[in-house]
Design a protein around this ligand. Structure first.
Ligand SMILES: *[C@@H]1O[C@H](CO)[C@@H](O)[C@H](O)[C@H]1NC(C)=O
Length: 125
């Protein structure tokens, strides 16, 4: 599952949310959601269980454009948390990625919990 929350860069108010099942679901609904993201917003993304099986190169590219590095190597049942934004220059520092690898996993078939802390810059103009 890929869980996305869009917040305004001005007030931090949540303006839309989406959950996309990348195991049973359809990647087109994720692509449509990503394409509709407006400027001057922050995009918060987390995965639960599997966020990668059905993901496509197009969806990865749209997420990379929000500042993600890890999206390019996101695989089955990896844990991933990210905060970025539309039109960001460079890569977001707000990202953590734990690979699902049974020999290193904290919980047998699942990697450990990830936490992301920090302050996003408020947009004032
Ligand atoms: C999983 O971790 C082990 C131990 O660090 C490593 O040898 C192996 O290459 C890893 N497997 C994958 C698929 O990354």
């Amino acid at each position: 599952m890929v869980i996305i929350i869009i917040i305004t860069a001005r007030t931090g108010e949540a303006i839309s949310t989406g959950t996309f099942n990348m195991w049973f679901g359809d990647v087109e609904s994720l692509v449509t959601f990503l394409k509709a993201i407006q400027k001057d917003t922050f995009v918060l993304i987390a995965t639960f269980d599997d966020g990668a099986t059905k993901i496509t190169a197009e969806a990865r590219e749209l997420i990379a454009e929000l500042g993600s590095s890890a999206i390019n190597s996101l695989a089955f049942r990896d844990n991933w948390v990210f905060a970025g934004g539309k039109g960001i220059t460079g890569k977001s520092p707000f990202e953590q990625h734990a690979k699902n690898n049974k020999s290193n996993n904290k919980y047998d078939n699942w990697p450990e919990l990830l936490e992301l802390k920090g302050c996003l810059p408020q947009k004032l103009d």
